[in-house]
Design a protein around this ligand. Structure first.
Ligand code: WT7
Length: 660
């Protein structure tokens, strides 16, 4: 057995990865989806998706059009059909006699639990929909949701969908500043939040950030709906703020879901791009639900009667939208929702939860797997994990050794592992093994799903032959694709469709192996991937230069054994600040202050791991910062080719500063 170490593999190592694990025979025999799905989809892609849309969803008006790409790059799927997302996720399961099935096993971080059946969920979502309506929310509006990972987050999302309003969920770890920008961009008139949530054993306040965001001004917010989670003291503004307990809990549990057009916006979700301003990725209803529901069936092999499904993502990220709220519930799944961190109160909390609820399908991120590896296999070893029958990974390339550890230690060398590639923009899984079909290779997402077309292109836009690397593109529209960037159609065109005309450029590097299987190699743009979360180098640079002591900043993602990448910043201080630091020995304070400043501007997840104060930054003659050279320094290598630098001595100064 080769050594098991954490960290991102080099391309060289990946090329030598030859292990492969065919599906166990009993798994393959009972799999929801078999190899014939590829043939079905290849015969007629559009009819394949139309079939999924009709089999997996209930439409109040059936569609006659499948795909209309005449407005490319904006697609319309099932355009003349009508449906309601909350009805599909909740009501119809109750109508089908499954009201007593558990929809959500909630486990709070302090150990409190709630069991929510589909019948309960229908009542809760209906009440919340009535309460939102009373607060003035109408079909076509936007509602911001800023909550910890509690059932009300899922309920609020579904309540928006029920009235035909789009939600914009803002991760609870984002700052008031980030929330403010997102509220304004989406023009949200209502914010749903909580007094606080539990994180590492502490009650962390959330509501004050909403107050601060609104106090900054310029938001159209009329009401704030506040869930009581921690019971901590919370300031409420008269006439604006209302408690969930006073409004939702007392509202009627009767509510007629509003049937909307298939292309009605379901949600906006902000993600970092290569420039400072986050992009509001817009998803609509029919296509998004079709593909999320299909992938839960096909990739996770979900059997709603017997499986207990757990996706560990927060609803603040796309994984929580597609694989906590919509995909599983549309399938009528029973799922676990856990509020807190994996190490509270102890580092075996996740494994305790798997054993307690008999989780059969686990979907998580490589960074979590590598952290568990670091903590040691003795911890999962304390618990009975034999219920697990399928393991999924998402968020960043999974290094083969983490994949092997996941399979052996968590999956008992028995459960298939599926490495699923997708993005906020794709809405649903695009490239992944099928667990009952594919002989899985550790570290490879392998094959575009049935009905999905992807390729790897060279610089000139030609498909690379097997055994070569290039840029990952999607060559045909897919049902869950984004319909654009909220309020900025030009940016949608420029970001995704201009690098290779007519093809969707994902921003990832990839390689095809000798079998034609796809291996993802990470981002090729100025986007970093920290613990599976996307952060933009320029966004953090803007945050740094917004601090009065900073003259200039450059940020890079440096390789990190646990988080995949870590944020490393290089800053040039203003002359006054340098003098002050020299005189008063405040150098360390400045770095601490800047780290906190980034947390305040964006959120704690964006805090640089290290900040280096430098005198100059490496720039080309045209003034572009050469991040490649800074990455060399941040990863402890000698700087590469410096011949295109305007001043070639700059790198020497920086490297000397590093070692000095
Ligand atoms: C970026 C998308 C998809 C939900 C979580 C992240 C990277 C995602 C994989 C994977 C290699 C992956 C890509 C992609 N990524 N999954 N299985 N293998 N890389 O969503 O924040 O929109 O980020 O995450 O770089 O472009 P996101």
């Amino acid at each position: 057995m080769s050594q098991e170490h954490a960290g991102t593999e080099s391309l060289e190592n990946l090329l030598h990865e030859t292990r492969s694990f065919p599906p166990p025979a009993d798994f393959a025999a009972r799999a929801n989806v078999t190899a014939s799905a590829y043939e079905d989809a290849a015969r007629d892609r559009e009819q394949f998706w139309a079939r999924q849309a009709r089999e997996l969803l209930s439409w109040s008006t059936d569609f006659t059009e499948v795909l209309d790409f005449s407005g490319a790059p904006v697609a319309r799927w099932f355009g003349d059909g009508r449906l309601n997302a909350a009805y599909n996720a909740v009501d119809r399961h109750v109508e089908a006699g499954h009201g007593e099935r558990v929809a959500i096993h909630f486990e709070g971080e302090p150990g409190d639990t709630r069991t929510i059946t589909y019948a309960d969920l229908k009542d809760e979502v209906s009440r919340a929909a009535n309460a939102l309506t009373d607060l003035g929310v109408r079909t076509g509006d936007r509602v911001a949701i800023y909550l910890p990972l509690v059932p009300e987050a899922v309920i609020a999302m579904l309540a928006c969908a029920r009235v035909g309003a789009a939600h914009s969920v803002v991760f609870g770890g984002f700052s008031a500043e980030a929330l403010h920008a997102r509220i304004i961009d989406a023009e949200a008139r209502v914010v749903v939040t909580a007094d606080g949530g539990y994180r590492r054993g502490k009650a962390m306040a959330l509501k004050p950030a909403v107050d601060e965001a609104i106090a900054k001004g310029g938001t159209p917010v009329e009401h704030v709906l506040v869930v009581r989670r921690t019971g901590q003291d919370t300031a409420m503004t008269d006439g604006r703020d209302v408690w969930w307990d006073d409004t939702v809990a007392t509202a009627s549990a009767e509510h007629e879901p509003v049937a909307v057009d298939a292309e009605n916006p379901l949600f906006i979700l902000y993600t970092s791009g290569t420039t400072g301003k986050p992009k509001g990725i817009m998803h609509t209803t029919g296509g998004f639900l079709t593909q999320t529901a299909y992938t839960v069936r096909a990739v996770f092999d979900l059997k709603p009667e017997t499986d207990v499904y757990w996706c560990t993502a927060d609803v603040g990220w796309v994984t929580g939208h597609s694989y906590v709220t919509y995909g599983p519930l549309v399938n009528g799944a029973t799922q676990v929702l856990y509020e807190g961190t994996p190490d509270t109160p102890d580092k075996d909390r996740w494994w305790q939860i798997v054993a307690k609820y008999g989780v059969t399908i686990l979907y998580t991120a490589p960074t979590a797997i590598r952290t568990a590896m670091k903590w040691g296999e003795e911890l999962p070893g304390r618990h009975d994990l034999s219920s697990l029958r399928l393991l999924g990974s998402v968020g960043e390339p999974i290094n083969p050794e983490a994949w092997m550890w996941y399979r052996r230690v968590i999956g008992g060398d028995r459960a298939p592992v599926v490495d699923t590639w997708w993005q906020t923009e794709t809405g649903a899984i695009m490239i992944s093994p099928l667990p009952g079909v594919t002989a899985a290779k550790p570290g490879s997402a392998q094959t575009p799903l049935p009905g999905i077309s992807a390729d790897v292109l060279d610089e000139a836009g030609q498909p690379v032959p097997d055994g070569h690397g290039g840029y990952l593109v999607l060559t045909e529209p897919w049902p869950a694709m984004l319909r654009g960037i909220w309020g900025d159609p030009q940016r949608y065109q420029d970001t995704y469709w201009s690098r290779f005309p007519g093809k969707y450029f994902a921003g990832d590097g990839a390689k095809k192996d000798e079998d034609g299987d796809v291996w993802l190699l990470g981002r090729v743009d100025d986007v970093m991937n920290i613990s599976g979360h996307r952060l933009s180098t320029t966004e953090i640079e803007s945050a740094l230069v917004s601090h009065p002591v900073v003259a200039e900043a450059a940020v890079v993602g440096a390789k990190d054994d646990t988080t995949g990448q870590a944020v490393v910043a290089f800053v040039i201080l203003r002359a006054e600040a340098v003098e002050r630091a020299d005189e008063e020995g405040e150098g360390a304070d400045v770095v601490a202050e800047l780290r906190n400043h980034v947390a305040k501007e964006i959120g704690p997840i964006a805090k640089p791991r290290s900040i280096l104060v430098v005198a100059e930054l490496p720039k080309t003659r045209s003034g572009k910062i050469m991040r490649r050279l800074l990455r060399d320094v941040a990863e402890g290598r000698p700087a590469g080719d410096v011949t295109t630098l305007a001043d070639s001595s700059v790198m020497e100064q920086i490297s000397t500063g590093m070692s000095g």
